[in-house]
Design a binder for this molecule. Structure first.
Ligand code: ADP
Ligand code: MG
Length: 238
């Protein structure tokens, strides 16, 4: 776990500025949701935190470290995407353990960590299956498990539920929250779905056009929206 401090971040693609000036402080263990309409810059901001995209200006601190110039693998972050990107030719257990194997962890350490993650996510009976033999929700759990075994300081989620049907989406929200309660890892979660944001977040950051419209707890945004954009966005049916 670690706090994350994002200070005056900007991003240009060529001449086009897509993130204007974003600052957010995220406490140790907090579950923060970045929400906003499609194209507002959510994924770009998350990718800069992950180290998959360079910042044009500003600083990102994880714990005491300034990481904006570090490569992704040195940032101690794990990211979960919407297209789970599981390895099709590996079993669930192999998918879960692969990152540890790359880091030359011992077989006993790998199996202990894989078992622990499988226990937290309810994957114990699925360890010998291949991804094609899993449901959408089970695949999503494996993708989360792959992040979990690495025991990172920060989890990043980019619209992880958008490929699932409505019923499963509601169930997986609860599972992600329960995983967060079990492990307490600082989490930054991106969605365009305001209901998802309202039900999952400790703190919501509302983005619009590469800028922050408001930061607050779900009820603060609901009771005291800072402007018409926030009121309209939070108040609209999903
Ligand atoms: P969101 O995730 O909120 O839908 P993105 O962060 O993906 O938004 O995109 C924000 C803006 O940046 C969009 O206008 C998008 O077209 C632009 N953008 C994203 N990635 C690139 C890129 N690699 N090159 C140029 N423009 C990009
Ligand atoms: Mg996106």
């Amino acid at each position: 776990m670690a706090p994350v401090n994002i200070q005056n971040i900007q991003k240009r693609f060529g001449q086009v500025k897509v993130i204007h000036d974003i600052s957010v402080d995220i406490a140790d263990g907090e579950f923060v949701v970045l929400v906003g309409p499609s194209g507002c810059g959510k994924s770009t901001l998350l990718r800069m935190i992950a180290g998959l995209e360079e910042v044009s200006d500003g600083e990102i601190r994880i714990g005491a470290r300034e990481v904006s110039n570090l490569p992704a693998r040195d940032r101690d972050i794990a990211m979960v995407f919407q297209n789970y990107a599981l390895y099709p030719h590996m079993t669930v257990a192999e998918n879960l353990g692969f990152a540890l194997k790359l880091r030359k962890a011992s077989p006993s350490e790998i199996s202990a960590k894989v078992e622990k993650a499988a226990g937290i996510l309810g994957l114990e009976t699925l360890l010998d299956r291949f991804p094609r033999q899993l449901s959408g929700g089970q695949r999503q759990r494996v993708a989360m498990g792959r992040a979990l075994v690495r025991d990172p300081q920060v989890f990043l989620f980019d619209e992880p539920l958008s490929n699932l049907d409505a019923k499963l989406r509601v169930q997986m929200r609860a599972e992600i929250k329960s995983m967060h309660q079990r492990v307490g890892t600082t989490t930054i979660y991106v969605t365009h779905d305001q209901v998802e944001a309202m039900t999952m977040a400790d703190k919501i950051v509302v983005l619009h056009g590469g800028l922050i419209e408001q930061i607050g707890a779900p009820l603060d945004l609901y009771d005291r929206p800072a402007n018409l954009f926030v009121a309209g966005f939070i108040g609209s049916p999903s």
